[in-house]
Design a protein around this ligand. Structure first.
Ligand code: E4P
Length: 223
């Protein structure tokens, strides 16, 4: 139910060690943040996770997107590699073409700001769709309504596409998104850490450890 949205190797290593992450999502902006070339970093990420690694196709036209998808699949030759393809009309057509030629290719439709895109991506055979929660909210789009509508349509129509929501800036958005019906989410490392390391919890744990030390220091004098 949880993917990590980063290309930072330290963060991927740390999160993978916890053992509950299903994989890693990347996009060109995330790669630029680390200032790393796609091929080099994805090879490193594959060494750090057992899960799926989503790599975004680059290009403007259907032909460019399909060609880049083929390039990604042939470069890494790893069944854990999945394709991220933008869900505009060219991207939808590219998804359909790729799925027709290579049914086993795993596709995540990305850059999603609407239920409508989710419907078309599912019809093109996308395995996942990535609605952008924070970015929708920044644009006064009701992100949770998009999740609810999408889940209802997918369930009613028995479409197998899963919602893998993205673009989070706080942990509340993650929980609301899951409650609205998202199957899964991809989140940055700081939010992964914040999901566990709540200030109140850290304070309580500190007190428990302090009390445990005091008890040990007291010995068995009261038994
Ligand atoms: C992931 O797949 C998306 O590309 C990403 O979550 C977008 O996040 P942002 O809105 O923080 O850039």
């Amino acid at each position: 139910m949880l993917y990590l949205d980063t290309a930072n190797l330290e963060q991927i290593k740390k999160a993978s060690q916890v053992g509950i992450i299903q994989g890693v999502t990347t996009n060109p902006t995330i790669l630029l943040k680390e200032n790393v070339q796609r091929e080099t970093i994805v090879k490193e990420i594959l060494k750090l996770t057992d899960g799926t690694v989503f790599v975004q196709t680059e290009g403007e036209t259907v032909q460019e997107l399909v060609a880049d998808a083929e390039e990604i699949l042939s470069t890494f030759k790893d069944p854990r590699i999945a394709l991220k393809i933008p869900a505009h009309l060219e991207g939808i057509e590219a998804m359909k073409q790729i799925k027709t030629q290579k049914a086993e290719a795993v596709i995540l439709a990305t850059a999603i700001y609407s239920t409508e895109q989710n419907v078309l991506a599912a019809l093109a055979g996308a395995d996942f769709v990535a609605p952008y929660i924070n970015r929708m909210q920044n644009n006064r789009i009701d992100a949770y309504k998009v999740i609810k509508e999408t889940r209802k349509i997918y369930d009613d129509q028995q479409l197998k596409t899963k919602i893998l929501a993205a673009s989070f800036k706080n942990t509340g958005q993650i929980i609301e998104t899951l409650c609205a019906g998202s199957h899964t989410v991809t989140i940055p490392f700081d939010l992964f850490q914040n999901m566990a390391d709540k200030d109140l919890a850290i304070g309580a744990i500190k007190q428990f450890n302090g009390d445990a030390s005091t008890l040990k220091a007291n010995g068995n004098s009261h038994v």
